[in-house]
Design a binder for this molecule. Structure first.
Ligand code: SF4
Ligand code: SF4
Length: 463
């Protein structure tokens, strides 16, 4: 009897990468890889690699937890996902992190930029517009977990510090500034002023490579010395910083371990976030066939290129397990101790019995014990440790504080090639747009930017 060369695993809805119409999609396993197979009536068949690790991909489903929703939805469910973003009531996760783009402008014109920014593109939002957008986030979330001030390049907004002042006056638990570091490198006074917004404040710093040739491909400029100067200034004021690495296969994926090792040695750096390039906006030096990289490939390279983490240390994040994987380490007295392996995944997923498995590593057992002896009830402490792996480290025990934790994240935003309607409903990184809608990062870049709205309207009409 004829047999397929693959094993059929699942069915979902995806998009045609050419016309963005919703199409049926099969998820299949073939030669230890996971592929998405789909067919558009007009543009034919396509097959895309979505993971190179079948076991990890299957395990993602074990990390689902009950959805937490926002207090308010801003659109109706009408045309069907993903054509109703707002968030619509059909969405299955609140905003763990909300990005606010305070300007379209930037002091760079990177060949890779999902927002298509440049020194002349678009405009700065007015302070009143920005305030309204921030108010929208608070209306939806009440006490937003993380808000990221972004752009374009937010530090060139003429009212940048007024925006920060207003954001700090709101009940936002943690504020980030997403920056290419040019203004930070230019001036220690600017960096010192930024540091006055700590605590609960962090710089999310573009940091793709140590090699100027590669930076030219991604950023169109020699930025290595600017990065060095920015880190020097951030170290001086010890302002919490996450390095953000945009990855292209064959370009900078061999620097993953080096960047983690570098980050671990810097006082101000609390972690590294790896983001495979999303095919959206400007992608001038990107070949879809050659340069795409999946979450599991990045995870594999982290394990291969560092000695810090093993298989148990980089795990799916329950709020959005398809898109996010995360691992923690503790930096203490010059020693790095992986932390995630000490947390029992079963406990992570069962809120009623969050406990810590102590047996495996006596060296940090004492540190974890302090969490339980800092005047906090067991229930409260376990909740804090739970949030440690949900979104951000909020643990405030001696030696297990924000200063000592180091976090590695893989954040893979789907594009039209690997789009999965099942997974996008769990998207938890959102953008508040200028019309005060909250849009998943993935769908914003595909449908909801000004130059995409015409096509979205057609798709909504077609149904
Ligand atoms: S991605 Fe979410 S908000 Fe957008 S249409 Fe789908 S369910 Fe609604
Ligand atoms: S990727 Fe960032 S730094 Fe580069 S042009 Fe876009 S907004 Fe500016």
């Amino acid at each position: 009897m004829p047999t397929r060369k693959y094993t059929y695993y699942d069915y979902t809805l995806s998009l045609c990468p050419t016309c963005l119409k919703r199409v049926d999609a099969k998820i299949v396993f073939e030669d230890d890889n996971v592929f998405m197979l789909k067919r558009c009536k007009e543009h034919g068949n396509s097959k895309v690699l979505i993971a190179d690790d079948v076991e990890y991909y299957k395990n993602i489903r074990n990390y689902n937890k009950a959805s937490e929703t926002p207090y308010k939805f801003n659109t109706k469910t009408d045309f069907g996902c993903p054509y109703d973003c707002g968030l619509c009531p059909d969405h299955e996760q609140h905003s763990c992190l909300t990005v606010i783009e305070v300007t379209d402008r930037c002091n760079l014109s990177c060949p890779t930029c999902y927002a298509s920014s440049s020194p002349t593109y678009g405009r700065h939002r007015s302070l009143e517009e920005v305030k309204k957008m921030l108010d929208t986030i608070v209306e939806n979330e009440k006490e937003p977990d993380v808000v990221q001030i972004s752009g374009g390049e937010p530090t060139i907004h003429p009212q940048f510090f007024e925006i920060l002042d207003y954001a700090k006056s709101l009940p936002i638990k943690h504020l980030m500034v997403n920056s290419n570091g040019i203004e930070i490198a230019k001036s220690i006074e600017f960096t010192k002023r930024l540091a006055t917004y700590a605590p609960n404040f962090e710089v999310y710093l573009q940091f793709d490579s140590f090699d100027d040739k590669k930076l030219k491909v991604l950023r169109g400029a020699d930025l290595n010395s600017i990065r060095e100067k920015a880190i020097e200034n951030l170290n001086k004021v010890n302002l919490s910083t996450t390095l953000v690495v945009t990855l292209q296969k064959g370009l900078n994926d061999n620097e993953i371990g080096k960047i983690i090792d570098y980050g671990l040695k810097q006082k101000c750096i609390r972690g590294v976030t790896f983001q495979p390039t999303q095919i959206a906006g400007r992608n001038e030096n990107f070949d879809v066939e050659l340069n795409r990289i999946t979450l599991t490939e990045v995870r594999r390279k982290i394990l291969e290129q560092t000695t810090v983490f093993n298989e148990d240390d980089i795990i799916p994040v329950p709020c959005n397990p398809d898109a996010l994987a995360m691992g923690y380490a503790l930096k203490l007295g010059g020693k790095v101790t992986p932390l995630t392996r000490l947390i029992n995944p079963a406990d992570l997923l069962n809120n009623s019995s969050n406990t810590i498995v102590y047996e495996r590593d006596k060296a940090i057992r004492g540190q974890l014990s302090e969490v339980f002896s800092s005047g906090t009830s067991v229930e409260k402490a376990s909740k804090k440790l739970h949030s440690l792996l949900c979104c951000l480290p909020f643990v405030k025990a001696p030696d297990l504080g924000y200063n000592n934790l180091f976090r590695v994240i893989i954040m893979h935003f789907m594009d039209a090639h690997n789009f999965d309607v099942r997974a996008v409903k769990k998207s938890c990184v959102h953008i508040v747009n200028k019309d005060n809608k909250i849009i998943p990062f993935e769908t914003m870049n595909l449908f909801y930017r000004d130059d995409k709205l015409g096509r979205l309207k057609e798709l909504q009409k077609e149904g």
